[in-house]
Design a protein around this ligand. Structure first.
Ligand code: G6P
Length: 618
């Protein structure tokens, strides 16, 4: 949530910062701002409410703000409504139009004890102009800077000790021209190393145009960047050595590539995302998870699996639960991270906790990981963003190779997560002796065919578009399914809410009649997902119950022959595969449905209102 970019070098900073922010708009887009400095001149500030485009317009694409050093921010409001005054950068003085700014800062995260700190600062004569926690952070830095007079290292370290919560901060000091100061706790922050220039950003795409050399700022570390130098410090203010990583993926991977929206581009990239992820784990006829620390001994030792995640990643985890329990006969819980972390779960020492996250920065997932580690449990992260917090802190990492995902609503990362979970299920089954070699190789062969079948499913858009046109005029939609079809329904309903603002609910097909069926009226869309022969008839029965009450039916199915019912059913066929893996195919038309319904309603599908891709607050 919120994206930040900083620059110190010899080029004009503002256009670089605005360009970087445009790559981070997925992290928040309700207001934006920038501070730039020309040599030792005063720090200049511009901010505005609304999309980044407004800031680009008022600064004439940065041309109105001269200088080689600056910081910028795109916001997803936490404390304080989206408004110009609450937009970042925030400053140490009392008014945003002050001619002399002593300290200016941008922030991603939440300062939990901001109210207490604000009172303290008010006692020391500070007056506040905004409702944000960020203004408190900036003023606290200013307070320590002036009180002890020991310079930014001391002031920032003291501020970090006093602040609770999460932050990626970028600061500029009036006394320190040419310097950007950055600090991090639990919110992502990277430094880009260029030739005679340094960058800071929340995420790699913001700086990839300029450099591939990146330093991941660690938790409770901070740094000073100038054109020619980058110095990193720990909380004691001692300088630390940092490793430089090379980014291997291309900037184009984070561009739209001729598609109108990232979401469609990413939907279309799913065969590749799944193939790459599978290829990283499959050898000729085995699954090799050795890089992740998941040995066969470990699979035999563990007594249960807790999969913990948020949003779509949780839906992937729910699918994983059905598949792992069925193939490996290992008890699995799939839980929402924000519940797991506070409900005092009973976890024996042989529990493996699996965290799933595209970004690897989701606050609740990260907290769940830390809780599991505190309890001495083994942890595995299934993560897409290399070097992210969850990836770095877990005992083992299984990277999904979906590439950068920009659209706020996840598609290809979800599919890659499913692929990773399938591999885990198959290997766990083989290691635990619940499947023999023939079954093992059979599953691997089925997995190898998945990318191509996803590709085939993507071609089948006609019926989906027809349904999207109808849905665009509806108020509600219901998705029902059993077995792995149920989490697929949850994902389909979430996508429709996210990008088409349509009230949609997913139900385990047998559960709908326990209350929710009262909402079915003439013409209410009910979408059944039917992929497993064993349960398809039952789901169809539940669909017919709703049709008898006026519902208009659609079936997303691998089993077209099982649909004979005497009722009109719009049929969206998906290819057959092993039923364990059918969720990877059935979800495709549901993603397309959400996309086309959002487009039919004229919505910005890549940046839906109120959402952010990476939720780094609780
Ligand atoms: C946000 C996104 C969802 C995503 C969830 C978890 O809410 O909008 O698409 O599924 O966070 O994100 P993660 O990065 O942990 O997978």
């Amino acid at each position: 949530m919120c994206g930040i970019v900083g620059y110190a070098g010899t080029r004009e900073a503002a256009p670089i910062i605005l360009d970087g922010l445009s790559k981070l708009e997925y992290r928040g887009y309700d207001s934006a701002g920038i501070a730039v400095r020309d040599g030792a001149n005063e720090i200049a500030l511009e901010k505005t409410v609304g999309r980044l485009k407004n800031l680009i317009d008022i600064t004439n694409n940065g041309a109105s703000m001269r200088g080689n050093c600056g910081i910028g921010h795109t916001r997803w409001a936490t404390h304080g409504a989206p408004s110009t005054v609450n937009a970042h950068p925030h400053i140490s003085g009392n008014r945003t139009d002050e001619p002399r700014i002593a300290v200016a800062g941008v922030h991603n995260g939440i300062i939990e004890n901001y109210a207490e700190l604000r009172k303290k600062l008010e006692r020391h004569g500070y007056a506040f102009y905004s409702d944000t926690d960020t203004e408190v952070a900036v003023k606290l830095v200013d307070y320590y800077y002036n009180k002890y007079g020991l310079g930014p290292i001391d002031a920032i370290a003291k501020t970090m000790v006093r602040m609770r919560g999460s932050y990626a901060l970028e600061l500029m000091f009036r006394d320190r021209p040419g310097e950007i100061w950055i600090a991090r706790k639990d919110s992502p922050l990277i430094v880009g190393i260029g030739e005679g220039e340094h960058f800071a950003a929340s995420d790699v795409p913001a700086i990839l145009k300029y450099t591939r050399k990146v330093v991941y700022v660690g938790n409770l570390e901070f740094a000073c960047l100038t054109a020619n130098e980058a110095h990193f410090y720990d909380l004691n203010g001692d300088e630390i050595e940092k490793e430089i990583s090379e980014i291997t993926w291309d900037a184009e991977a984070a561009e739209k590539d001729g598609y109108e929206h990232f979401m469609m581009k990413e939907i279309m990239e799913q065969p590749k995302a799944v193939r790459d992820t599978l290829n990283s784990m499959l050898t000729e006829n085995t699954v090799d998870l050795s890089k992740t620390g998941l040995t066969d001994e470990l699979f035999r030792e563990i007594s249960q699996l807790h999969i913990v995640a948020c949003g779509s990643a949780w839906h992937a985890g729910m699918t994983g639960r059905y598949v792992i329990e069925s193939i490996a006969k290992l008890p699995v819980q799939a839980e929402i991270a924000s519940e797991f972390r506070y409900r005092d779960p009973v976890l024996d020492k042989n529990t493996l906790v699996v965290l799933i996250s595209q970004s690897g920065e989701t606050a609740d997932t990260l907290a769940a990981l830390r809780l599991a580690k505190e309890k001495g449990l083994r942890t595995l992260a299934i993560v897409n963003v290399v070097g992210s917090s969850v990836a770095r802190e877990a005992d083992g990492v299984l990277y999904t190779l979906a590439g950068p995902e920009i659209s706020v609503a996840t598609t290809k990362a979800y599919s890659a997560q499913l692929a990773a979970l399938y591999c885990l299920a198959v290997q766990a089954g083989f290691a635990r002796g619940t499947i023999d070699r023939a079954a093992y190789e059979g599953y691997i062969a089925a997995l190898r065919e998945l990318p191509e079948k996803i590709g085939e499913t993507l071609k089948n858009e006609g019926e989906v578009c027809r349904l999207a046109t109808k849905l665009a005029g509806k108020r509600d939609a219901f998705f029902i399914g059993r077995g792995t079809d149920y989490p697929t329904c949850l994902e389909g309903a979430l996508k429709l809410k996210e990008v088409a603002y349509l009230h949609s609910e997913a139900y385990a097909a047998g559960e709908l009649k326990h209350g929710t069926i009262s909402l079915i009226e003439e013409g209410t869309p009910v979408i059944g997902v039917l992929t497993g022969k064993a349960l398809a008839e039952k789901t169809l029965g539940n669909m017919i119950e709703t049709a008898s009450r006026g519902a208009s039916l659609t079936a997303v199915t691998t089993l077209p022959d099982s649909l004979r019912s005497g009722h009109t059913i719009l049929e969206i066929d998906v290819p057959e595969t092993d039923p364990h893996f059918a969720g990877s195919l059935a979800v495709i038309p549901l993603q397309l449905l959400a996309y086309y319904t959002g487009c039919a309603k004229g919505l910005d599908v890549d940046k839906p209102r109120n959402l952010a891709k990476s939720v780094t607050v609780e």
